[in-house]
Design a protein around this ligand. Sequence first.
Ligand SMILES: Cc1cc2nc3c(=O)[nH]c(=O)nc-3n(C[C@H](O)[C@H](O)[C@H](O)COP(=O)(O)OP(=O)(O)OC[C@H]3O[C@@H](n4cnc5c(N)ncnc54)[C@H](O)[C@@H]3O)c2cc1C
Length: 380
Amino acid sequence: MTLTEELGHWVRANCPAELVGSVFKYGGGSHQAITDPAFRAWFDACFDRGFTVPDWPKAYGGAGFDKAGVAALREAFRVNGAPVPLSGAGAEMLGPLLLEMGTDDQKIRHLPKIASGEIRWCQGDSEPGAGSDLASLQTRASAQGDHYLVNGSKIWTSNAYMSDWMFALVRTDVDVPKQEGISFVLISMDDPGLTVNQIELINGESEFCQVFFDDVKAEKRDLVGQENRGWGIAKRLLQFERSAVGEGSFIPRSSSLPEILQGYAPGDVAAGNRVLDHEMRKAAFDLTKKRAAAEQKTPGAATFATSTFKHLSTRLESDGLDITVALMGAQGTGWHGTGFSNAELATTRKMLLSKGFLIAGGSSEVQLNIIAKRVLGLLD
Ligand SMILES: Cc1cc2nc3c(=O)[nH]c(=O)nc-3n(C[C@H](O)[C@H](O)[C@H](O)COP(=O)(O)OP(=O)(O)OC[C@H]3O[C@@H](n4cnc5c(N)ncnc54)[C@H](O)[C@@H]3O)c2cc1C
């Protein structure tokens, strides 16, 4: 039996029937208990096999899979309609970073709790005065013996209100060029000096937060890499983030466009051509991703090509949802109330949310700048 067949068999045997085809999005953490018994059973079965973080070493809760193994598992989940058991900033961003750059102590204390879903992480990069120009960040961390005291504010912090820990960029030196005075620290969200305010989004949800720090403690053993060398770590982390967004893990998937066309505008030739054009772009993108994966020298490594994939995948997803809503006509304009199905209401909100992914993790314009400089070698 090949690995793909073996994994497919395992998924069919362990994924409860009522979960098949569902889109559970679980990021773990003490604030998000799993209440659905079927998903609980599925998560536990996956965790026992190391399938919540399949490419991590077994010592930290993974399955020790190589690239081919991870691809086979993803395919087994996809083909059998099984939900991905765990996603989010811990599993997809901080975990891979700590595996590469963390101390043994950091790996042992933090990684197993991500794999088991016990701890949820959020990302504290952006500030009211620092987004695309992230190196301008002002949140200060002053050294005090075995810890830092952090003061300042982070904004657009996804899911901060339901996170247990934050990985954050802080300024540890103000007397050097801005990139050279930044450090990467891990902060417990339980600190009494930390305040989290939720911000309402255009789609009606409030996963965004602003976080305020008033003498918040960050232990020095939770400094990742060296003091004042956090900028290089931030760039590496952003590659993992863009890679995860490029893989589509953070993006809500849109429904099949041909099905939407069939349901809302059958026989409309102009609409059909628009759908055809989009499906061809998507197919070409999927093939490009496969080719890039096959050509990648270091399996699983995030590279500057991740900027290309982040830009294209978010663009395609957003365009696909624009076309979907246009095909739905008046049914695509609902916000709440009767006259619209739940699926229609959800699609309109998803279309609005997809605009955020053109910005999150570095805007499309910033990705295009990186592609111009680092991939195409054009002048600044
Ligand atoms: C859905 C979502 C989730 C997010 N989650 C998090 C999170 O969890 N943690 C976190 O720290 N941050 C998060 N962010 C914030 C995100 O990283 C920033 O919004 C992003 O980096 C842009 O920064 P800004 O909003 O300050 O916009 P600005 O940097 O002010 O940019 C404004 C506009 O100018 C353009 N622009 C800026 N510089 C250039 C340039 N050099 N060349 C061309 N155009 C340029 C941008 O593309 C944009 O259109 C999230 C954002 C979104 C939308």
